[in-house]
Design a protein around this ligand. Sequence first.
Ligand SMILES: Cc1cc2nc3c(=O)[nH]c(=O)nc-3n(C[C@H](O)[C@H](O)[C@H](O)COP(=O)(O)O)c2cc1C
Length: 198
Amino acid sequence: MEKDAFTDERDRVLTRKDSDKKWAWVLTGSGHFFNETIDLINKLNFVDLFVSKAAEEVLVMYKKKGKISSEIKIYQDNSSSSASVGKFYKGAYHTLVMAPTSSNTVAKCVYGISDSLATNIFAQSGKCRVDCIFFPCDTAPELKTFAPSGYVDVYPRKIDLENVEKLKKFSQTTVVLSFKELEKEIEMRGECLKKSYF
Ligand SMILES: Cc1cc2nc3c(=O)[nH]c(=O)nc-3n(C[C@H](O)[C@H](O)[C@H](O)COP(=O)(O)O)c2cc1C
């Protein structure tokens, strides 16, 4: 029996090997380990980058605008429906990385809000059962972070820390609490997918 176009596309998605898929990386307006994160993204092969409106401004402030590898496709938050999330439904990604993630985006993700590119990707990726590595900025009651002007002390509020705890309960979501842990998770995931990491 001949397959119709829909069945054909569905079979293609279902049989697409993880090694044919890409990383989806969401950058938000958090400056926590921002420079290190950009360096890490640039080392990865096969990655699409989704940038929140705030992240675009933060990229300029940390002098990283134009410093993303030309091999990386960048998606900006310029449509209300976040049309680019459709790629998740086509099985284009093996892993979603949300890093570093602002308190704002963490809070929205935890409460199921999807009204921006970053939050839409987290929601739609979850509905497509794509594994997620999530690095929230509020990892401890006291931390030092590198602002464009130098290091500053930050004291995440109770609600920020509670939201991170709630995030840990999401299925297929690995929450990492340091940049080192983020690097390790990415490396392990890369090895497990047999994709070259650097
Ligand atoms: C230089 C700079 C660094 C920032 N770093 C953080 C941060 O580490 N964590 C955070 O929650 N917000 C941070 N913000 C504020 C966020 O950018 C702001 O809350 C923004 O609305 C988040 O939007 P998004 O979650 O859609 O990316 C920073 C802002 C600036 C200008």
